[in-house]
Design a protein. Structure first.
Length: 230
């Protein structure tokens, strides 16, 4: 049973201050606050989200460790011009199925200083999953089911990232009715809301799961395709 009771309001002040002082000396001087205000409650939140999703009929892997369901706050700056050493948000990832979590479909939660983003799907398909995804998109039964799931997400004001490719990949025709979906190498949708009062209470996990409700058909579709690809 989860012991999550909500975030201290000071946690979001910490994120705001980190954005203003995104430097290693400042973070090291405030590392205790990061652990107490964000990392500790995040561990409890991961467990609570796992419990809430399971009750809703969506069991997931909820690993309350850094590099498990909790993303590292330190950024990898080796291959980017952005040299800021830290993320200024807290990211959580709960995934379905076997195998490495980054190859799976799942649910994510991002806490910024003033907003909460929840989302579902897969950010990137490995080669076998990508081939299975394209075949399913083009399928006369499964493709329309995905289009309906995408439509439901859009009606809930979810957003999708841009398609990876400008052209529809062969052997699919350029005028395919689901051309936009075929041009993608991952499929995830997300909604962003102002930070709710529930973030400070034990009701926050259920709030997140309720906000994820319109995205569950998309998540189920993507997770099934990845599982079938093996």
């Amino acid at each position: 049973m989860s012991t999550f009771t909500g975030f201290d309001p000071a946690a979001f002040t910490f994120l705001r201050d980190l954005a203003a002082h995104n430097e290693r000396p400042w973070f090291h001087a405030h590392r205790e606050e990061y652990g107490r205000l964000l990392l500790g409650p995040a561990r409890d939140l991961v467990c609570a989200l796992g419990d809430s999703l399971a009750r809703a009929g969506h069991p997931v892997h909820a690993d309350p460790r850094v590099n498990g369901s909790i993303m590292r706050i330190a950024r990898d700056t080796r291959f980017t011009a952005d040299r800021r050493p830290y993320r200024t948000h807290l990211d959580l990832w709960l995934w379905e199925g076997d195998g490495p979590s980054r190859r799976a479909a799942g649910y994510f939660v991002r806490l910024d200083a003033d907003t909460v983003t929840v989302g579902a799907g897969a950010f990137h398909f490995e080669q076998r999953a990508l081939a299975a995804y394209r075949a399913a998109v083009a399928d006369s039964r499964r493709g329309p089911a995905l289009a309906r799931a995408v439509g439901g997400a859009l009606r809930a004001e979810a957003r999708f990232g841009p398609a990876r490719w400008k052209r529809v990949p062969a052997p699919y025709p350029a005028d395919h009715p689901r051309a936009d979906l075929l041009r993608r190498d991952g499929l995830a949708a997300a909604t962003t809301d102002p930070r709710p009062d529930e973030a400070f209470t034990a009701a926050f996990p259920d709030w997140c799961v309720e906000r994820l409700r319109p995205l569950r058909p998309l998540q189920r579709w993507v997770a099934r395709v990845i599982a079938e690809a093996g």
